[in-house]
Ligand binder design. Structure first.
Ligand code: HEC
Length: 410
C-alpha cells in the first residue's frame, strides 16, 4: 500500500484499535479483488503443514490427543480441544469489546470495572460435548480375516518379539476393550524422531497481533503469559477458546442459556475420568522462558487398529505400514527398497499386502514428499544399519514381514 492509502485507511482511528476500528479498516482496504488478496496474505498465515486425520477410537482414554501433545485431555480439556478445533476450521468467532461485566469476563480473568472482551461465536459447546461423549464407547477394529485374509500365526509370534525389541518402548500395548484402559502418549522431540518438523514448529513459532486481547493473561503450564502487542498463536488460541467455552449460547432464551451452560460445564468437568498429568517421553520441557517448547515433539502411542488408518505418520507421508519399515533412500540407492518419494492419495481400496490404501492404478492426486511439510523422513527404527554396540540391527525383509503381520493383528 502507498502511504496515502494507509492514511486513508487509518483516518480517525486511534492508537488502540478496537474491534469496530478493525472492521472499518478492513472495509476501507478491501475495495478491490487485488486488495482483498493482498490483505489475506497479510492477515492469514500460509497453511503449509498438512496433518493426517487421526483415528477417533480411544480418544476419551488418552492423556494427550493431538500429534504434538497440545493441551491435555483432563478436566475441561476435551471441550477446549473441540472448541479450538471448530474455531480453527468451521466456526465463526467475533471477539469484541463489551461494556458489561459477566461470568465470562470473570472466568477469563478480566476484572470488574474496565471494558471486557466478549466472545460471540457460532460454536455449540453442548453438541460438541455430546459428540465427544459418543466416542467413549468406540473401540478399535480388529483385522477382519474373512475379508482381508487369514493371519499367519507363526509370523505373528516372531513379529511380537521384534516389536518388543524395537518398538514397544514408545508404543505400549493396551487391552482395546477394557473400559479402564488408558493410552499414554510417548512424546519424542523432533531431533529424536526426525519426522517432518513443520507442523510442530508452526505450533510454537507462529505469532499474531493480540489486538483487543493485549495486556490480558493466559495460563500456560509453567505460569501465566502476558499477551503483548504480538503473542504466540498458541496463547491467543487458548485465550479465545476459554472465552468461547465460558460464554453461554446467545441464541437461546435466558433460562435455557444459563441452565444448559452450567450443565455443560459440570458434565464436561465431572464426567471426564482423565485428569491432567505430565507428559511421558523424551521432549524439551516447557520453561518460563520457552513456555511451549514441549510442543516441538510428536507422539508415539498404542497401535491397536493401526492397520486401518493409513497413510502413516502425522503428515500422512508414508502410504503403507510396510513402507514405514523401509528407509528413505538417497539417489545412489535407487535399487534398494525405499519409502515412496511420491504416491497417489484418494483411493478407497485397501491394500491388504502392504497394509494401507492402494496408491497406484486410479485417479487421485499426487502426494509429493519432497515438499516442506510433506517430508517422509525420520522414524527410522529398524530401517538403518546399527552404528554403535547398543544399536539394533536393520530389519531383514523376512523380519519386516513378521513385524507387519504382528501389526495387522493389533
Ligand atoms: C523412540 C520412540 C519410538 C520407537 C522406538 C518407535 N516409534 Fe513408532 N512412532 C513414534 C513417534 C513419535 C511417532 C509419531 C511420528 C510422527 O507422526 O511424526 C510414531 C509413529 C508410528 C506409526 C504411525 C502412527 C500413525 O498413526 O500414523 C507407526 C505405525 C509406528 N510408529 C510403528 C512403529 C514400529 C513398528 C516401531 C518398531 C520398529 C516403532 N514405531 C518404534 C515413536 C517411536
Amino acid at each position: 500500500m502507498t502511504e496515502d492509502e494507509v492514511r486513508t485507511a487509518m483516518a480517525g482511528i486511534g492508537p488502540d484499535i478496537s474491534s469496530a476500528d478493525r472492521d472499518k479498516i478492513v472495509e476501507r482496504v478491501a475495495t478491490s479483488a487485488k486488495n482483498i488478496v493482498k490483505l489475506r496474505q497479510e492477515l492469514f498465515i500460509k497453511a503449509d503443514a498438512p496433518v493426517s486425520y487421526p483415528f477417533l477410537w480411544d480418544i476419551a482414554q488418552r492423556d494427550y490427543v493431538q500429534w504434538n501433545g497440545l493441551g491435555g485431555n483432563g478436566g475441561l480439556g476435551p471441550l477446549g480441544r473441540n472448541t479450538g478445533e471448530v474455531i480453527g476450521v468451521f466456526g465463526s468467532l467475533d471477539w469484541h469489546e463489551g461494556k458489561r461485566f459477566s461470568i465470562t469476563s470473570l472466568l477469563t480473568g478480566q476484572g470488574w470495572t474496565k471494558k471486557v472482551v466478549e466472545y460471540d461465536s457460532s460454536i455449540n459447546t453442548q453438541n460438541l460435548r455430546r459428540i465427544e461423549n459418543q466416542l467413549t464407547e468406540l473401540q478399535s477394529p480388529k483385522w477382519p480375516q474373512d475379508i482381508l485374509g487369514k493371519l499367519d500365526q507363526t509370523r505373528i509370534k516372531r513379529g511380537e518379539k521384534l516389536f518388543a525389541n524395537y518398538c514397544v518402548s514408545c508404543h505400549a500395548e493396551i487391552d482395546r476393550s477394557s473400559p479402564q484402559r488408558r493410552v499414554v502418549a510417548h512424546m519424542s522431540k523432533l531431533e529424536e524422531v526426525g519426522t517432518d518438523p513443520t507442523m510442530a514448529d508452526n505450533s510454537i513459532k507462529y505469532e499474531g497481533y493480540s489486538g483487543i486481547l493485549r495486556n490480558q493473561y493466559v495460563g500456560a503450564g509453567v505460569g501465566d503469559v502476558l499477551l503483548d502487542k504480538k503473542a504466540p498463536i498458541a496463547a491467543l488460541l487458548t485465550k479465545a477458546t476459554l472465552g468461547v467455552v465460558t460464554t453461554p449460547d446467545a441464541d437461546k432464551g435466558f433460562i435455557r442459556r444459563w441452565s444448559e451452560w452450567l450443565h455443560n460445564i459440570f458434565q464436561a468437568l465431572f464426567s471426564n475420568e482423565i485428569k491432567d498429568s505430565n507428559k511421558h517421553g523424551n521432549y524439551n520441557p516447557d520453561t518460563t522462558m520457552t513456555p511451549y517448547s514441549s510442543l516441538q515433539a510428536y507422539k508415539g502411542r498404542s497401535l491397536n487398529g493401526i492397520w486401518a488408518t493409513g497413510p502413516y505418520l502425522h503428515n500422512g507421508s508414508v502410504p503403507t505400514l510396510y513402507d514405514l519399515l523401509l528407509p528413505v533412500c538417497q539417489a545412489e540407492q535407487k535399487d534398494a527398497e525405499c519409502r515412496p518419494e511420491k504416491f497417489m492419495v484418494g483411493s478407497r481400496e485397501f491394500d491388504a499386502e502392504k497394509v494401507g490404501m492402494k496408491s497406484t492404478g486410479y485417479e487421485g492426486f499426487v502426494f509429493d514428499t519432497r515438499l516442506n511439510g510433506n517430508r517422509n523422513t525420520g522414524h527410522d527404527y529398524g530401517t538403518k544399519p546399527a552404528k554403535g554396540a547398543g544399536d539394533l540391527p536393520m530389519l531383514t525383509k523376512e523380519q519386516r514381514l513378521d513385524l507387519l503381520e504382528y501389526l495387522k493383528d493389533q
